[in-house]
Design a protein around this ligand. Sequence first.
Ligand code: NAD
Length: 261
Amino acid sequence: MTFSIDQYRLEGKVAVVTGAGGRGNSIGRAYALGLANAGASVVVADLNADGANAVADEIQAAGGKAIASVVDITKPDSVASMAKAAVQAFGGVDILVNNAALMAELGYLQAIDIPLEQWNRIMDVNVTGALNCTQAIVPLMRARGGGKIVNQVSGGAFPAISVYGISKLALVGLTTTLARQLGRQNINVNAIAPGNTMSDAGKLLTPEDSPFVKLLEATVAMRVRGQPDELVGTLLLLCSSAGDWITGQVLHVDGGWVLRP
Ligand SMILES: NC(=O)c1ccc[n+]([C@@H]2O[C@H](COP(=O)([O-])OP(=O)(O)OC[C@H]3O[C@@H](n4cnc5c(N)ncnc54)[C@H](O)[C@@H]3O)[C@@H](O)[C@H]2O)c1
């Protein structure tokens, strides 16, 4: 079959994006708007009801299809309600973007002295939360003959500098393992690892004078800092039929920070 640029279009597809109602200029918001722009109906899911409603309203005002869903991804009952809302509004789910996470509030916590309660909370949101959503949504994907799952990891997983990074490495493990298990069911599972992205949360975590930015400046091949919108093209590749033969991969979108063979 000859490649067509229309393969990036998502008309008739339903996408659930967690963490899409975040602080102001969030990555989840950019993902939700990008998917809606490509033609998908979007479930804007977040713990933050005001944020989720604002992003769903923004999509509708631009002529797209969206609903807001208030969810706590650590709670299976809450995630089940999110999945139910998607089916009621749009008839099913084809795309799941596991983007919700704790990040800015964690700073650079180290494993050696972190209280166990805090460790469990981080893993609960950043790892188990993605698993809960996947377990709830995969049966809906199977019912539609397949689907696409994108897990939001981080370049910060690779330099081994924080508990946040450990949680994102666990999410890489979930990505590759689920890719192997779900491939024959026509479900692709990939991850995006952004570099230092200037969402409102990213600005909070790494202000201009942060030592972390100095560290990046010494190593990153191109521009150190990116904008949420610069991640959307990769998301559309992984969520559309243009990316049908890609699975189990971590795509680094970071100006050449994490360089792997
Ligand atoms: N900004 C960066 O530099 C950067 C870099 C690499 C990866 N990331 C990742 O990108 C994603 C989005 O980051 P962001 O910068 O937009 O941050 P953000 O804080 O704006 O987004 C995270 C969202 O997750 C939501 N959330 C947290 N706990 C939740 C729960 N239990 N249930 C439902 N929703 C919950 C928050 O309400 C928030 O809206 C995160 O996974 C983050 O780890 C960010």
